[in-house]
Design a protein around this ligand. Structure first.
Ligand SMILES: [Zn+2]
Length: 326
């Protein structure tokens, strides 16, 4: 946008138009141009939960806007899924000398909360691309405790880091570091010339208020909302409304009903069932409802899809790793 605005103003001013008219026209023209040329893709890099499933890596959602990457969560094992994106035309070119993968261009991650199924992959995200040449610290935005997580992760790998820094392997001095911003309130956490990322508090089990977040991402062409892990709460709706793509966690209601009473209580204190998700979707009307972080407890993908369909007939999908929405 910045690139096109100035020449347009100049051209219109030279054409003799009043500056105020010129500015207004140029702004609307450039906004339209940006929208027309801009592309937003959402890639489900990891859709898993603490339950092991071979086909699902840990939680990680990548939003790519005109080749700029915005990553949400860093669950276990997701990093290798970057490899599958190499060569996709919406991805940035590889910035690493190995040309092995695209994840070297990744420089920021937004964490929903500190449950391990969402952050076990963070040390890997910090360390692995650095080995292959990333030379800038990763920006890590997350709740209170994120700094401690980054510091302690790097302390745990100190011997490895020192071996690479001070041994015979070529290594740069900053690429493994994390530049942390801790948040506790509903607030805008990132803004650039195209994208605004807003964090909003969500209630999830026994985490204190301000320790668990969803994210609302507004791009020139799409509004994407990521629920994080949350129980059903109407207070979330204001952040969900207007979403072209609502990526919401889900659990199978029938499976939960078969659990012991204390587990059922916990699950509804922390998570959202298909029936509840249907109610949410009917209220906030997303363009596409994506069921993410599916808690099956013995049920299948088909069972989950069928159970939601009993309550909701809007456009919806159960996320799988490497699904791409645009
Ligand atoms: Zn989780």
């Amino acid at each position: 946008m910045k690139g096109t605005l100035k020449p347009l103003i100049l051209a219109l001013t030279l054409a003799g138009l009043a500056p105020s008219v010129a500015l207004a026209e140029s702004q609307s023209a450039s906004a339209a141009e940006v929208k027309e040329q801009s592309k937003t893709h959402v890639v489900m890099l990891g859709t898993g939960t603490p339950t092991l499933q071979h086909k699902r890596a840990g939680q990680a959602i990548l939003v790519v806007v005109d080749k700029e990457m915005y990553l949400f969560d860093a669950g276990p094992g997701f990093v290798r899924n970057f490899k599958a994106l190499a060569g996709q035309d919406f991805m940035p070119p590889d910035v690493m000398f190995t040309n092995e993968s695209v994840y070297g261009a990744m420089d920021k991650v937004f964490i929903t909360h500190l449950d391990s199924d969402h952050v076990l992959g963070l040390p890997e995200l910090l360390l692995r691309p650095w080995i292959l040449g990333r030379d800038q610290p990763m920006k890590v935005i997350g709740p209170k405790g994120t700094q401690k997580l980054v510091d302690n992760s790097l302390a745990a790998f100190k011997d490895d880091i020192d071996h690479r820094l001070y041994g015979t392997q070529p290594a740069n001095a900053n690429g493994y570091k994390g530049e942390v911003t801790e948040i506790s309130e509903t607030q805008i956490v990132h803004q650039d010339d195209k994208v605004t990322v807003k964090a909003f508090r969500v209630p999830h089990g026994s985490w204190d208020e301000g320790m668990s977040f969803g994210y609302r991402v507004e791009t020139p062409t799409k509004t994407i909302v990521i629920s994080g892990d949350t129980r059903m709460d109407e207070a979330n709706y204001e952040h969900f409304k207007g979403a072209d793509i609502l990526i919401h966690e889900v659990m199978h209601e029938g499976a939960i009903a078969a659990m012991p009473e204390d587990w059922q209580q916990y699950m509804y204190h922390a998570h959202t069932s298909t029936r509840q998700l249907a109610e949410i979707a009917k209220a906030v009307k997303p363009g596409l409802l994506v069921m993410n972080h599916p808690l099956f407890f013995g049920k299948t993908d088909e069972d989950m899809v069928a159970e939601l369909a009993q309550h909701y007939d809007g456009k919806s999908v159960l996320a799988s790793d490497l699904d791409i929405y645009e």
